[in-house]
Design a protein around this ligand. Structure first.
Ligand code: XBP
Ligand code: MG
Length: 254
């Protein structure tokens, strides 16, 4: 009988609420440092999240919201420089411990690790950001808990394209039907579904109104001891938090 072999996690919005108080703040610091008058409010950033990837998001901002800004011929270089500065600010924010993991994430990862469940990451964000989050918010050896960390520009087409999941599956030599994916956004879900992965969604403030059709389960968060999740769609029986028992059950359900 087939069995669940691996869990593949998105990072931003899924492992931690990194966008509003992490990435957004880091972008604004990089812009200010470069003497630019670009400033992304909490509300505008919600709209910009439509485009995944920091470099792609900056280009989208200029194209869609800053027709007044004359883009220089070397705009790609400028964006790459700003992005490097943004990564520096972002990893510094994480090193200060300002962004914790979401409820239940550490507990589930610890359980998975102790049971020998294989773990992987499939994310749009820059690899240094993943390492910084895992080291600071999970454990000093957090990155080594994951057999594969598929991240950033390692594939040319970012989410909603499925490529990053294909990359992770290929590295693990697993089929999509051996795994479950964890996502928080419409773009992330399109990516995992196109890779034919059963997907669990935990929403956040930026993604709560997204369309999650096709997800096997939609929750407000993974839940924890003493902090029950709310089920927004899907079946969980009497369980109040996501553990391996529930994941094996979801895996087997049609
Ligand atoms: C994450 C993102 C990322 C981060 C910024 O999407 O969209 O772009 O906002 O990361 P997902 P970089 O959670 O679907 O992977 O600036 O490092 O690109
Ligand atoms: Mg995400």
């Amino acid at each position: 009988m087939p069995e669940l072999k691996a869990l593949i996690f998105d990072v931003d919005g899924t492992l931690a609420d990194t966008e509003r108080d992490g990435h957004r703040v880091a972008f604004n610091r990089a812009f200010a440092e470069a003497g630019l008058d670009w400033n992304w409010s909490v509300e505008l950033y919600g709209k910009l999240l439509e485009v995944t990837g920091g470099k792609e998001r900056m280009q989208h901002y200029l194209d869609k919201y800053r027709s007044d800004y004359r883009q220089p011929a070397n705009i790609k270089d400028l964006i790459a420089q700003l992005h490097a500065a943004k990564t520096r600010h972002y990893t510094q924010l994480l090193a200060e411990g300002s962004i914790p993991l979401r409820p239940g994430v550490k507990r589930l990862l610890e359980e998975a690790k102790s049971q020998g469940m294989r773990l992987a990451i499939a994310t749009t964000t820059t690899p240094a950001n993943v390492t910084a989050l895992l080291e600071n918010a999970l454990a000093p050896d957090g990155p080594s808990w994951f057999e594969v960390i598929a991240a950033g520009d390692i594939v040319p087409a970012k989410k909603p394209a499925p490529d990053i999941y294909f990359y992770a599956l290929d590295k693990m030599r697993l089929k999509p039907e051996d795994c479950l994916a964890f996502e928080d956004s419409y773009n992330g879900l399109q990516s995992s579904l196109q890779a034919r992965l059963k997907t669990v969604i935990t929403i956040n403030d930026y993604t709560k109104d997204h369309d999650f059709s096709g997800a096997v389960l939609v929750l407000d968060h993974l839940g924890d001891l003493g902090q029950s999740f709310t089920v927004l769609s899907g079946q969980v029986g009497w369980t109040t938090y996501v553990d391996l028992d529930l994941l094996h059950h979801l895996y087997r359900s049609p």
